[in-house]
Design a protein around this ligand. Structure first.
Ligand SMILES: [Zn+2]
Ligand SMILES: [Zn+2]
Length: 494
């Protein structure tokens, strides 16, 4: 018997957590965070407590309260919260579609002996997030044993097990597009799709009852748009009994493409006399490529942040099609930190280095590194990415008259987003960068595209997920296909 249980991604965009059970095997398709639910209870300075482990997350419904939690959640957390533990896992694997937090970030809470599979690119992006993030609960590839004591290295007594000594690698395997992966009676087939982050996969799970297709997040445009068309064709061939289909933009028909973004950005940059400041999502390599191409064509350099530089380094040698770090069009913007010594030539290098995290230090000596002074002095030579948290850097950079700001991220969809945009606008007005240019293309297929996708795959049953409008699926499915709006926690036998 094959069954599906949805523990997230129902009636909301993201937070996907789908349990698939067949032939005694139990696998998860994604295990991500629900932003909507997290924002209901938490804010920047109101965060779950580390000492409570999974408790705070269970309390507010961010983690599912499973009947056999001891076989699923990390033992160090359960034990510290006086919850039952056991020696073995009762789940066989987790397959991640891509590295967006709403699909992957809660693997932090899983037992170390549950294997995780994703594309190599996803693995490298998660490694970059894990290394560069200052946030708690970001142990994706490395598991840090928590709440344990160990004998002191010198002298008597005990000390907390921390730092390097606490680190253990997770069982995190790379699965290549096209690969068939067997777990008991199940065969998981990974198929590449295009999305607003590289390395995204859709999955076909072949069960004794037939194939189940999971789209993950996908779009048809972009440099890798053909991947998504290939996925749809492959899914159709499998004649699936069920399709788990994303519907982020089901109520939208407009479809600006990545190519349109590049053309519009080029037009703006061509008309800009001085500095071009842009904000785009740091993990969206296709968007970075659009800005990179425009920079190359207009004789500018694309200045990226330290975090993006680290990401590019991680992606070297993968098939992410990311620009190379030593490309002559790429500059690494070293923002001032601590005492701001990067722009003070009289301080010794060893002191300057201390102002940066260990992972960032190597970039300080790259020949293509630039500082706010370089950008200020050569404004017409750069497109610089400044994200929300870096806006204060504008004070160091001092954009001159004839500069512009391109906002290349999604429109706000909640009150918090509106307030954030209001703050951005205040900065832009302050520096005479207002009005700004909004140029963005979505990472998700539009309503008409999803309709065609379902018609082509032609499954018996569709479960709408990753959408605030699951009810709209009933109107777009072809004859002979039933749209079933999943209920959280209910087990669907196929
Ligand atoms: Zn998503
Ligand atoms: Zn996504």
């Amino acid at each position: 018997m094959t069954s599906l249980t949805f523990r997230g991604g129902v009636g909301e965009i993201g937070g996907n957590k789908v349990l698939l059970e067949a032939g005694g095997k139990r696998i998860w398709l994604d295990f991500g965070m629900s932003f909507k639910q997290a924002n209901r209870y938490f804010a920047e300075f109101l965060q779950p407590k580390k000492y409570n482990g999974v408790v705070d997350f269970l309390e507010v419904g961010l983690l599912p309260p499973l009947p056999d939690m001891a076989g699923f959640y990390r033992e160090d957390y359960l034990a510290h919260a006086d919850m039952a533990t056991q020696a073995y896992a009762t789940y066989d694997a987790v397959f991640l579609s891509h590295a967006h937090a709403d699909h992957s970030s809660y693997i932090h809470f899983l037992r170390r002996d549950i294997p995780i599979y994703a594309s190599e690119v996803t693995r490298q992006i998660l490694a970059a997030v894990e290394t560069t993030s200052a946030a708690n609960f970001t142990e994706f590839l490395t598991f840090k044993e928590t709440f344990k004591l160990r004998p002191k290295k010198r002298g008597e007594g005990l000390m907390k097990l921390e730092g390097e000594d606490a680190k253990v690698a997770r069982d995190f395997g790379a699965i290549a597009a096209g690969e068939h992966f067997r777990i008991g009676d199940l065969t998981v087939e990974a198929v590449a799709v295009n999305h607003s982050i590289p390395g995204a996969l859709g999955f076909l799970v072949h069960t004794p009852q037939g194939a189940i297709v999971y789209t993950g997040d996908l779009r048809f445009h972009g440099y890798g748009g053909d991947l998504t068309r290939g996925f749809v064709a492959r899914a159709a061939e499998a004649e699936p009994i069920a399709l788990l289909c994303e519907g982020t933009r089901l109520d939208e028909t407009e479809s600006l493409t990545e190519q349109d973004v590049q053309e519009r950005v080029a037009k703006v940059v061509n008309q800009t006399k001085n500095l071009v400041i842009a904000n785009y999502p740091w993990k969206d390599i296709e968007r970075m490529r659009s800005f990179y191409e425009v920079a190359r064509m207009t004789g500018r350099k694309l200045a990226i942040s330290l975090k993006q530089a680290y990401l590019l380094k991680q992606l070297e040698g993968t098939d992410a099609a990311a620009p190379s770090l030593d490309d002559e069009t790429i500059a690494i913007y070293i923002d001032r930190k601590g005492w701001g010594l990067i722009t003070k030539p009289d301080y010794p290098g060893s002191i300057v280095e201390q102002e940066y995290s260990a992972w960032a230090r190597e970039f300080l000596s790259y020949p293509n590194r630039v500082t706010c002074n370089d950008i200020h002095r050569h404004q017409r030579d750069f497109i610089i990415r400044i994200d929300f948290f870096d806006l204060v850097d504008l004070i160091d950079i001092r954009p001159e008259e004839g500069s512009c700001y391109i906002r290349s991220v999604t429109e706000p969809f909640d009150d918090e987003g509106e307030i954030e945009l209001w703050r951005v606008e205040n900065w832009l007005k302050h520096f005479d960068l207002y009005p700004y240019e909004q140029i963005h293309a979505s990472g998700h297929a539009s309503g008409p595209e999803i309709k065609r996708l379902i018609a082509e795959i032609n499954p018996k049953l569709v479960f709408p997920i990753h959408t605030e409008h699951p009810e709209l699926f009933a109107d777009i499915v072809p004859k002979g296909t039933r749209a079933e709006i999943p209920e959280v926690g209910k087990r669907y036998h196929l």
